[in-house]
Design a protein around this ligand. Structure first.
Ligand code: RFL
Ligand code: PHB
Length: 396
């Protein structure tokens, strides 16, 4: 079956779905192809923290009804180390910026519902996705639909929003893409638990046993993370051990961690990865397809949504007005934001995690940096400005 559209989008994660929505607002047709099921995409537990600019974007494009009703706005975070808990007040430090707890699962549900209600073509459970003719004006997107029919779609442009393990990045000509990456010798064990959060704002804790983070999803559901060794087996972490270790790493006098039934647990590796350029001719990469950050800075989802905000405007100029300027500038403009977030995420990660071997020098540097960030307004402002989003995106 042969068809045509303006933009072929690979991947129905937050990047691909939001791009399809933004293009529709600019009068541009797209198709989204996704190899997982709709239910899988809607349930995949991942990010939960939105920068101020990301919440403003969702408001500007009509996707904020549930977020405005149920999202939890936070004006700061706690940093904990050496048995002390310090509050950083982002609103005060940044002149009013904030962050919002609103789960990626909920954003994806709202995006899928909005695309389907608008009559958009979103194909779940496809297989054999390929992109071809990338050196031509109208590249080709090929896939096999859930019923087994093979499709070829001629596109004016293709957006590779297919995540870190997708096919689009590797479809670019050999030798074009330069990769800069860093691995970390630890992973995160994340849990979702049916228990009200024991804190009003997120707690990032550096402890000799390793990092711990207390975050949340709703007033009834907590999300918590523990640093564990790289390649750790989840079988080594029965629920009782997880709660005991969380209690230990988050403990301060006069405060108690409430526990409850764990409904989900998983271990994720930590990696920094940036591929550049993010474009070859009419193939554009966005989100995790082009870059990965460790989750300590809460940047991955925000970067993915920022990329497609810039990309939607670039494709509008290219396809509606015949102006290639913004498309030509897309990769460099996005990489500037990506590298800022990459540095911030690496910095937060290095400051808060414990290296596997003995490293008294590194440990003292971490504590010194944490003391600086919690005592100097200039240092705290740097953290707050980056955490709440730099460079912020705009959609008009
Ligand atoms: P996604 O979400 O991976 O979506 C890509 C989609 O492409 C599909 N796909 C294909 N479809 C068709 N054909 C193919 N050949 C395909 N190959 C792949 C996949 O099935 C998938 O549906 O990428 P996207 O849209 O770029 O979004 C990126 C975010 O998901 C990611 O950056 C964040 O979740 C990262 N992240 C966090 N980011 C934040 O901003 N704040 C956070 O608090 C935060 N916490 C986290 C996180 C990621 C985590 N993990 C598990 C990696 C916490 C964790 C634990
Ligand atoms: C989350 O809520 O899942 C979350 C929040 C902040 C982070 C990472 C994850 O840095």
């Amino acid at each position: 079956m042969t068809a045509s559209t303006q933009v072929g989008i690979v991947g129905a994660g937050p990047a691909g779905l939001l791009l399809s929505h933004l293009l529709a607002l600019r009068g541009i047709d797209s198709i989204v192809v996704e190899n997982r099921s709709r239910a899988y995409c809607e349930a995949r537990q991942r990010a939960g923290l939105l920068e101020a600019g990301t919440t403003e974007l969702l408001r500007a494009v009509g996707l904020s009804d549930r977020m405005d009703a149920e999202g939890l706005e936070h004006g700061g975070i706690y940093l904990q180390f050496a048995g002390e808990r310090h509050h950083l007040d982002f609103k005060d430090l940044t002149g009013g910026r904030w962050v919002t707890i609103w789960a990626q699962t909920e954003i994806v549900k709202d995006l899928i519902a909005a695309r389907l209600a608008a009559g958009a073509q979103v194909e779940f459970e496809v297989s054999g996705t390929e992109v071809a003719d990338l050196d031509q004006d109208r590249p080709l997107l090929r896939y096999t639909d859930a019923a087994g029919t093979r499709h070829e779609v001629r596109c004016d442009a293709i957006a590779g929003c297919d995540g870190f393990h997708g096919i689009c990045r590797d479809s670019m000509p050999p030798g074009l893409v330069r990769v800069a990456e860093r691995g970390y010798p630890y992973s995160w064990l994340g849990i979702l638990a049916t228990v009200p959060p024991s804190t009003d704002e997120l707690i990032y804790s550096r402890h000799e046993n390793g990092f711990a983070l207390h975050t949340m999803r709703t007033p009834q559901v907590s999300r918590l993370y523990l640093q564990v060794p790289a390649y750790e087996d989840i079988e080594n972490w029965p629920d009782d051990r997880i709660w005991a270790e969380l209690r230990h790493r988050l403990e301060i006098p006069g405060w108690e961690l409430k526990d409850g039934p764990i409904t989900e647990k998983a271990i994720s590796p930590m990696r920094s990865f940036v591929a550049s350029p993010m474009r070859y001719q009419r193939l554009f990469l966005a989100g995790d397809a082009a870059h990965i950050v460790p989750p300590t800075g809460a940047k991955g989802l925000n970067l993915a949504m920022a990329d497609v905000t810039v990309l939607a405007e670039a494709l509008t100029s290219l396809l509606r007005h015949g102006d290639p300027g913004p498309a030509d500038a897309y990769s460099d403009a996005s990489l500037r934001r990506v590298w800022r977030a990459t540095h911030f995420s690496w910095w937060m990660t290095s400051m808060l995690h414990v290296e596997p071997g003995p490293d008294p020098f590194g440990a003292e540097l971490q504590l010194s940096q944490l003391r600086y960030v919690t005592s100097s307004r200039a240092a705290a402002t740097t953290l707050a400005e980056n955490y709440t989003g730099y460079y912020p995106v705009h959609w008009s």
